[in-house]
Design a protein around this ligand. Structure first.
Ligand SMILES: Nc1ncnc2c1ncn2[C@@H]1O[C@H](COP(=O)(O)OP(=O)(O)OP(=O)(O)O)[C@@H](O)[C@H]1O
Ligand SMILES: [Mg+2]
Length: 363
């Protein structure tokens, strides 16, 4: 179980990085018309997509023995975060209404699998509403004689199901859809996820009126894990808005991706490709609010040398190093080293630590 958990985490990690390349690539394509740069960007995105496809194949191979990675989460945050995804996966004639109660209790489930399952419910709803309609996703706290739960309800205003279909929907491979349209695994998988999370699921359906899938998940007494998407709104990062950062990175694709993430955090990045160029840039500008440098770079000076030199001249400027080689983490303990590939929240964590006005804060 642990191995699979680690694999899941690792795969998500890799996907984040691949998405990072595609995301920043698209941004670059929107802004630049230089054909050489665009061709390089397209190639980088193509490679990222190929790797992603490879990962998906590995995942599919594993899917038959999938195990959940349970964690306490704030479901309201996850559901609200799906708005965009749902809107894109459905049709324009389907209205998506997501309403989650305030102060929703934390629940323990596998957030990724749960989101995928909700997406499947939404797709089911779409298929049941060929002429359009409303998809409602709601969540609220529910106190019952047998305990405290969070109730998640996914409702549509579609065709509904006759009783004989309703009886069989949780059967694996049961589908009323045409070959190629459905595997009949969606609801049976969701059933598995919900029961492994200690909850239960039921369906109410009225022909020609609609269907509601109602899930009860037990309240978790662990606090919800800090959401990834909220990292950008982290109050710890408030002080960053509009600040400058010098990014020293020789790899264009990585530099673009880093640039993107730092912007997302509120920084205004400046990019250079070598230690010497970094020293020149610092000379010109006097200082930056943060220096973010790769360790291994072409030229006489590497990132660690650069960091030492800059630290001598500007002892108050925080410096973060990054490297793709795991051994380098021990190279120089005076500067934090972020190991590639890293996720947005890793970057946020390190940067907020070195720049936080309150020195002792650690996430
Ligand atoms: N919201 C709904 N309204 C009407 N019928 C539904 C709804 N959701 C599910 N069904 C019925 O239940 C069946 C099983 O659903 P399930 O999600 O398990 O598989 P599927 O959608 O057919 O295939 P897939 O594996 O792609 O999800 C569907 O084929 C459909 O007949
Ligand atoms: Mg389905």
């Amino acid at each position: 179980m642990e191995a699979i958990g680690q694999l899941t985490g690792g795969v998500a990690h890799d996907f984040n990085n691949l998405l990072m390349v595609v995301q920043s690539g698209l941004r670059l394509m929107e802004r630049h018309s230089d054909p050489v740069r665009r061709a390089a960007t397209v190639e980088a995105m193509r490679q990222a997509l190929e790797r992603g496809a490879g990962l998906t194949r590995q995942l599919l191979a594993l899917a038959r023995r999938q195990t959940l990675k349970l964690e306490a989460i704030d479901l309201a945050m996850h559901l609200r975060g799906m708005r965009e995804l749902l809107a894109r996966s459905l049709r324009a004639d389907i209205l998506v209404d997501i309403n989650t109660a305030r102060d929703l209790w934390p629940v323990k489930t596998d957030p990724t699998q749960f989101e995928v399952a909700i997406l499947n419910l939404a797709v089911n709803a779409r298929d049941a509403m060929p002429k359009g309609g409303v998809l409602t996703v709601s969540a609220k706290n529910e106190t019952r004689p047998d305990g405290e739960f969070v109730e998640i309800r996914v409702s549509d205003t579609g065709l509904g199901m006759p009783a004989d279909v309703l009886l069989r929907v949780f059967e694996p491979y049961f589908t009323t859809k045409q070959i190629g349209q459905g595997t009949g695994l969606g609801l049976s998988q969701f059933y598995g996820i919900v029961s492994q999370s200690g909850g239960n699921i039921r369906i109410e359906s009225v022909t020609n009126e609609g269907t509601s899938v109602i899930v009860l998940l037990p309240r978790s007494n662990e606090p919800a894990a800090k959401p990834i998407a909220a990292a950008a709104n982290d109050p710890l990062l408030n002080h960053i808005a509009g600040k400058s950062v010098l990014v020293v990175e020789d790899d264009d694709a990585v530099a673009n991706a880093v640039d993107e993430m730092l912007r997302e955090m509120g920084y205004t990045p400046t990019r250079v490709a070598s230690a010497q160029a970094a020293l020149n840039a610092v000379e010109e500008r006097c200082t930056y609010d943060l220096i973010f440098s790769d360790i291994v770079m072409p030229g006489a000076m590497n990132g660690v040398d650069l960091a030492r030199e800059l630290h001598k001249r500007y002892p108050n400027t925080p410096i973060v190093l990054t490297s793709g080689f795991s051994g380098t983490a021990t190279l120089d303990a005076s500067f934090p080293v972020l190991r590639k590939p890293y996720k947005f929240e890793d970057l946020v964590q390190v940067v907020s630590r070195v720049t936080a006005p309150r020195a002792s804060e650690s996430a």
